[in-house]
Ligand binder design. Structure first.
Ligand SMILES: [Zn+2]
Length: 386
């Protein structure tokens, strides 16, 4: 049960803004905005989706900061009424639509903060999914770091021993390392490979789409902003206001399932039904090791793409500096006017409004999972270096 997950975490004071009122765009506005989103997705080369607890509420799993969220109710000494077991929960329309969009290469990567395993259950390949806070159905060996899919949700949280040993063969011998759950407690380090991949994917995206998250947890909540430095767009689809609404290029306030339904219709695609045949948690003998690792070769590929993009950005910036002419000189010399116009035309791509702190994106973001506070922002901006 997701409440057991919440109960298993250590006490943590700063859980961010809780229970903010939800708002709904009119149907007409939702349809109009979905057409814009469809157009952006169709013309984009790389689309990344960032998912939070809001996409799993339709599966019966409560969110955390909504009006009836786990942390919101905790403050009132209550627990959510609706609460399904992780083992019984099945992917929602949004999860299934995302899987289909990945298959069609219309969406290229999913970065999830969710631990419920619902993306995994759709059958989405590991090469297209990062799970920054862990997964109830994934175990990890403390010796070889191998990750594997488990047939049932873990009963532990906080990377504790599962009481079993790793069966992976290393040089003809069984590894025998201790298996642990992958669920992060507050302030635990995020999984390195998932975070690195998310960082590159979010940076190279033409569009980062946030679904069902208030973007309050760092570093996860700041990743969608990364593309804006390189001219990419930020789209937020959520019922409550989010931490980064002011920076968004498009905000849709309605249910994520409704947006995905409209988007799929605009793209002439059907949302597939959940199929247990494709669910890797359903076809295993207990403790069978099914590899769930991010491959180094995939990380290298996206690191290269990120570095190329970053170099292009730096070169353009250097060129812009070269051709930029001080204003008073332009006034004195009519011939300079043309040059000034060129500079102005170039400005929108290079000088998008970005939080100056985030411009230091060469600096590594913190790998710690923490809540929303000024000190957390500091932790986002200062603790990682390349
Ligand atoms: Zn091992």
């Amino acid at each position: 049960m997701s409440c057991n997950y919440a109960d298993g975490l250590s006490p943590y004071e700063n859980k961010g803004v809780l229970g903010a009122p939800e708002s709904f765009d009119s149907r007409e506005d939702v349809e109009r905005k979905c057409l814009i989103l469809t157009d952006w997705i169709k013309t984009a080369k790389h689309v990344v989706v960032h998912t939070g607890a809001g996409i799993s509420t339709a599966a019966g799993i409560p969110d955390f900061r909504g009006p009836k969220g786990v942390w919101t109710l905790e403050k009132e000494g209550k627990k959510p009424d609706i609460n399904i077991s992780f083992n019984d929960a099945v992917p929602t329309k949004t999860h299934m639509a995302l899987k289909h969009l990945i298959d069609k290469q219309i969406i290229h990567y999913i970065v999830s903060q969710n631990i419920d395993g619902l993306h995994l259950k759709t059958g989405v390949p590991r090469s297209h999914l990062a799970e920054l806070h862990g997964n109830m159905f994934i175990g990890q060996c403390d010796t070889c770091d191998c990750q594997f899919v488990m047939p049932t949700a873990t009963c532990t949280v906080g990377q504790k021993e599962l009481g079993h040993f790793c069966k992976r063969e290393v040089r003809g011998r069984s590894c025998r390392g201790k298996l642990k759950d992958t669920i992060l407690d507050w302030e635990a380090d995020l999984p390195e490979k998932d975070l690195e991949m998310s960082d590159y994917q979010s940076s190279i995206a033409d569009v980062n789409i946030c679904l069902g998250t208030t973007l309050q947890i760092v570093p996860s909540g700041n990743l969608p902003l990364k593309c804006q430095k390189y001219g990419g767009k930020l789209v937020i689809i959520n019922l409550q206001p989010t931490k980064h609404d002011k920076k968004a290029d498009l905000i849709i306030n309605t249910y994520v399932d409704d947006v995905l339904e409209l988007l799929m219709a605009n793209l002439n695609l059907e949302i597939p039904e959940y199929c247990s045949e494709q669910d890797p948690t359903k076809h295993q003998k207990p403790l069978d090791v099914v590899n769930w690792d991010i491959l180094k070769v995939d990380i290298q590929e996206f690191k290269k793409r990120y570095e190329e993009l970053h170099k292009e950005f730096k070169d353009k910036k250097a060129l812009q500096k070269k051709i930029q002419v001080p204003k008073k000189r332009v006034k004195k010399n009519e011939n300079r006017k043309e040059l000034s116009d060129i500079t102005l035309k170039k400005k929108p791509r290079l000088s998008r409004t970005i939080n100056t702190r985030n411009q230091k994106s060469n600096k590594k973001i913190s790998t710690k999972k923490c809540g929303d506070s000024e000190s957390d922002e500091e932790c986002f901006n200062t603790t990682r270096s390349k």
